[in-house]
Design a protein around this ligand. Structure first.
Ligand code: NAP
Ligand code: GDD
Length: 334
């Protein structure tokens, strides 16, 4: 039985990766940080199948202790401040988590056991103002946010530890991936949740920013499979994980409202509060290397992804109404 340690296990990807590794008969540990309110909703179904251990990417000592206690074969570093707009409001903290946090995890591995295999959650945000279409592993980076800059640091540090110390450290350059477990602040889930609330009469308008931005959207369940595949290779390397298709936010909106039998033009309001200081206009990845070397292919199409997110939120909101558990929608300015 192999052992894995996942940082960021409470997040979208962490929960899908935990599902995947449990299914593969791994012993799974998840690193969580202390919180005054419970935030384990994505993991409840795994309560007797994984073990949680306290630690924080800001605290080097806690990472060393966690790795010593778990004795993992593989570490998946998914923890990060991952919301792009927050990176302008909290650029220093984003650097601490998302950039220097990678150094702390890699150093902890190097000190405890450099044979441990390491996965770094790199991002298509590093391509930013893209210098090539589609984006490949060797496309130069031009990040457009403090988050993108921090991810570029984590990416190159991973390459550097591989080259400096011969560590089995791989970096997955993942394009946007979504699911019903996506955080509510990201545009896809904001849309699917908004559509469901409008359909159920809980609100009438959905405030959004730039509808022209284009993203290469895939399903998170497909993408965590690629993360695992990278660590099973004899040689560590970097891989673009993407569908190769790009769609605008407006296309996502139109399909989501149509799925619920609504006309988006009746409900969507363009709100300057959601326009970013610098935008990433177009992302589309070329996953050829991952297809050839890992044998990885996405299985869920864009249309299936939108439909499944809307259906899941419709079911969730209807259930909340039936059980009287509806929560007021808090106003968030980004
Ligand atoms: P997510 O849902 O925002 O989850 C982020 C996770 O990081 C949460 O578990 C969070 O814990 C944890 N975390 C944040 N700061 C931490 C700290 N200081 N110490 C320990 N844990 C901390 O993100 P995701 O969508 O699953 O993405 C996973 C990773 O992939 C992230 O690194 C993200 O930047 C990267 N990525 C995501 C995408 C995508 O489209 N989803 C694409 C490319 C790359 P709390 O629950 O305590 O906040
Ligand atoms: N969040 C949000 N809210 N985005 C909006 C809105 C809105 O109301 N209206 C339009 N958008 C546009 C954004 O301007 C952006 O161009 C696009 O929708 C996608 O925004 P997000 O869903 O917030 O994702 P992201 O592309 O900025 O970042 C995600 O993908 C990266 C990979 O490319 C995150 O998951 C990052 O952590 C990840 O690295």
């Amino acid at each position: 039985m192999k052992t894995a340690l996942i940082t960021g296990i409470t997040g979208q990807d962490g929960s899908y990766l935990a599902d995947f590794l449990v299914e593969k008969n791994y012993k799974v540990y998840g690193l969580i940080r202390r919180s005054s309110t419970e935030n384990l909703w994505r993991l409840h179904h795994l309560h007797d199948k994984i073990e949680l251990i306290f630690g924080d990417l800001l605290d080097h000592h806690s990472l060393i202790t966690a790795i010593q206690e778990c004795e993992p074969d593989e570490v998946y570093n998914l923890a990060a401040q991952s919301f792009v707009p927050t990176s302008w409001n909290q650029p220093v903290l984003t650097g601490e988590f998302t950039a220097l946090g990678v150094t702390r995890v890699l150093e902890a591995i190097r000190v405890v056991n450099p044979e441990i295999r390491f996965y770094q959650a790199s991002s298509s945000e590093m391509f930013g103002k893209v210098l090539e279409i589609p984006q490949k592993e060797d496309t130069p980076f031009y990040p457009r946010s403090p988050y993108g800059v921090a991810k570029a640091f984590g990416h190159f540090l991973t390459v550097n530890y591989r080259e400096s110390y011969g560590m089995h450290a791989s970096s997955g350059i993942l394009f946007n991936h979504e699911s019903p477990r996506r955080g509510l602040e990201f545009v896809t889930r904001k849309i699917s949740n908004g559509v469901a609330r409008i359909k159920c009469g809980l609100q009438d308008k959905l405030h959004l920013g730039n509808l022209d931005a284009r993203r290469d959207w895939g399903f998170a369940g497909d993408y965590v499979r690629a993360q695992w595949m990278m660590l099973q290779r004899d040689q560590p390397d970097d891989y673009v994980i993407a569908t190769g298709e790009t769609h605008s936010v407006e296309e996502f909106v139109a399909r989501a409202f149509t799925r619920a039998g609504l006309n988006w033009q009746d409900h969507v309001v363009i709100d300057q509060a959601f326009i970013r200081p610098a935008e990433v206009d177009l992302l589309v990845g070329d996953p050829t290397k991952a297809e050839k070397e890992l044998g990885w292919k996405p299985e869920v199409t864009f249309e299936e992804l939108v439909d499944c997110m809307v259906d899941a939120d419709l079911e969730k909101v209807q259930h909340e109404i039936e059980t009287g558990e509806t929560q007021p929608q808090m106003k968030m300015r980004s």
